[in-house]
Design a protein around this ligand. Sequence first.
Ligand SMILES: Nc1ncnc2c1ncn2[C@@H]1O[C@H](COP(=O)(O)OP(=O)(O)OP(=O)(O)O)[C@@H](O)[C@H]1O
Length: 242
Amino acid sequence: MTPTVVEVLDVTKSYPGSAGVRALDGVSVGFAAGTFCAVMGPSGSGKSTLLHCAAGLDRPDSGRVLLAGQEISGLREPKLTTVRRRRVGFVFQSYNLMDSLSVWHNVLLPQRLAGVRPDRSWAREVMRRVGLAGRENDRPGQLSGGQRQRVALARALAGRPEVIFADEPTGALDLSTGREVLALLREAVDGFGTAVIMVTHDPAAAAWADRVVFLADGRIVAELADPTVEKVAAQMTAVSAR
Ligand SMILES: Nc1ncnc2c1ncn2[C@@H]1O[C@H](COP(=O)(O)OP(=O)(O)OP(=O)(O)O)[C@@H](O)[C@H]1O
């Protein structure tokens, strides 16, 4: 059996002022190491909240989160930040790059912040794999959206994380550039053995995953193994009609 890299156990989360509405309402889900899982669901169903709780960016009100076997739900800052920086990579829709730093320094930044000596030869290899060799000295502002997302992916991979969390990574990209980024996420899984957990609205993006979990009203309501665009779209229609 494949080991689990992230285990979410009976997690509940509400936001202040939400009048008792739970963004997550007793969610339990495990994510297998070295696999690609997409998280889908209607707007407001809790996808980003799940991703943030699973990644240690946000704290559940109750329940537990285990990251690579370590319980992170009880950890306080700055310990939580250390675990995150050492074991997790992030890719966001808005890239979240530092414009004042070169591409190379952006890629190495999480390791520097984690107090780890950057593995430069691995970082160079990652830059090559994402198609950015030779762009090390550029500033993010000089790059296209697709190239910026490649930098974000290189930054995520440079620390050899067990898992990459991706929140709408293709949301700001055109179709073919988005496909290139999805292919790279797929390669991170198949080539490097990294797990990817990706929130998306797009059935075509979800179809790159090995598995799709569907949220509605803060609960997991369905899941699909070996998804196709058609199966994902049909399941999304069913979930949205609930
Ligand atoms: N910071 C916040 N403060 C208050 N309520 C929030 C906050 N973040 C999310 N919520 C609420 O929690 C619920 C779940 O939100 P979440 O962003 O996790 O859903 P989502 O499925 O990612 O939505 P979308 O697809 O629109 O991004 C929604 O009702 C949302 O309004």
